[in-house]
Design a protein around this ligand. Structure first.
Ligand SMILES: Cc1cc2nc3c(=O)[nH]c(=O)nc-3n(C[C@H](O)[C@H](O)[C@H](O)COP(=O)(O)OP(=O)(O)OC[C@H]3O[C@@H](n4cnc5c(N)ncnc54)[C@H](O)[C@@H]3O)c2cc1C
Length: 234
């Protein structure tokens, strides 16, 4: 009965993504193929004698509304199966919103433009919100600030001078539109930007938020200052 109902979900969309991968390696140990899975996993090195490999993915997504109702009353779907960003923190946030709504609370729908994306490589990469290109395409006039870790005292002391923090602001209202970071610990630092964006923090509010010294996170305040021509450490 339950199974039949699930199958009858009207708006089940079947998207077929065909990934065609050919991997050729000739001699074991001499030529190797690097397979890199960047989200939380170390690169795996396949040292197999592979002539060719074909990979097909069949991905089905269930259409839901902003509170994760499917088209069948009383049935809900969250996480990877509803499409969008396939991330653990997205699935978790969706699940909480879904259950809060079922319990009669009034949760806000999830802001999918304020989801941090992290790549756990070395140096780390983290971003959230608009890219410069996307912000321009959306019609914003921009103020952009970039602060390199080479100018950071903590980064120098820690021997981690590679990378930078780039912040993108709306020139008109000062809204923080996006952040892009490369460097040590940036997958931790991105959380500050998520909160700042959630609270609609402006560039000057970030500049005036005193960051502890010496820390990698000072680069966030410095990048904001750089966007407004107020950076004194560059
Ligand atoms: C290699 C890899 C690395 C990743 N790294 C990261 C990362 O670093 N950070 C991050 O945020 N996200 C990462 N992700 C993505 C993240 O794991 C998923 O986005 C997240 O787990 C999605 O949660 P979910 O609940 O939708 O699905 P899942 O976590 O996949 O949960 C689905 C559950 O349903 C069960 N299930 C399936 N079919 C049935 C069935 N017929 N009956 C009963 N149970 C069933 C499965 O066993 C599973 O337990 C990674 C994913 C992969 C594959």
């Amino acid at each position: 009965m339950q199974q039949r109902k699930i199958i009858r979900i009207k708006n089940l969309q079947i998207n077929i993504f065909i990934r065609f991968t050919i991997v050729i390696s000739f001699f074991l140990n001499k030529f190797s193929v690097n397979i890199k899975i960047t989200q939380g996993f170390r690169p795996a090195i396949a040292k197999l004698f592979v002539i060719a490999e074909y990979t097909f993915f069949l991905v089905a997504t269930i259409v839901v509304d902003e509170f994760y109702n499917t088209s069948v009353k009383g049935y809900y779907a969250i996480g990877d199966i509803v499409g969008g960003q396939a991330l653990a923190h997205v699935a978790s946030a969706e699940g909480i919103i879904c259950v809060e709504k079922i319990a009669g609370h009034k949760p806000e729908p999830l802001d999918y433009n304020n989801i941090p994306g992290c790549t756990y490589c070395s140096p780390e990469i983290a971003s959230v919100g608009y890219t410069e290109k996307a912000a321009k395409a959306a019609g914003y006039e921009l103020k952009i600030g970039k602060f390199p870790f080479s100018a950071s005292g903590k980064a120098s002391a820690a021997g981690a001078k590679d990378g930078f923090v780039k912040l993108i602001f709306d020139a008109k209202y000062g809204e923080l539109l996006g952040a892009h970071m490369i460097g040590a610990n940036v997958t931790e630092m991105i959380a500050e930007i998520v909160v700042a964006r959630k609270l609609e923090t402006t560039g000057h509010e970030m500049i005036k938020s005193v960051h502890p010294h010496p820390t990698m996170s000072e680069a966030v305040m410095e990048a904001a200052a750089e966007a407004y021509g107020e950076c004194i450490h560059l």
